[in-house]
Design a protein around this ligand. Structure first.
Ligand SMILES: [Zn+2]
Length: 70
């Protein structure tokens, strides 16, 4: 378990609740916010835990648990 990916984010790094669109960290344009489904027991469930925008071939995380990353 030592090499589990770990992401530390303090509450002061989280902004207001995110809307339908967010500014892309890559190109600074507005993109639709999408959410990664949560996979549990081989089934996928909609989840708002991880919000991201797609820019070209890449995805950029913009929200954690519905709150925008500043
Ligand atoms: Zn972009």
């Amino acid at each position: 378990m030592d090499d589990m990916p770990f992401m530390a984010i303090g509450t002061d790094e989280l902004d207001a609740y995110i809307g339908e669109k967010a500014i892309c960290p890559n190109c600074r344009q507005m993109h639709d916010v999408q959410y990664a489904d949560e996979v549990r027991d081989g089934k996928t469930y909609p989840s708002k835990l991880l919000g991201f925008v797609k820019c070209g071939e890449n995805a950029y995380v913009v929200a954690i648990d519905g709150r925008a990353l500043s």
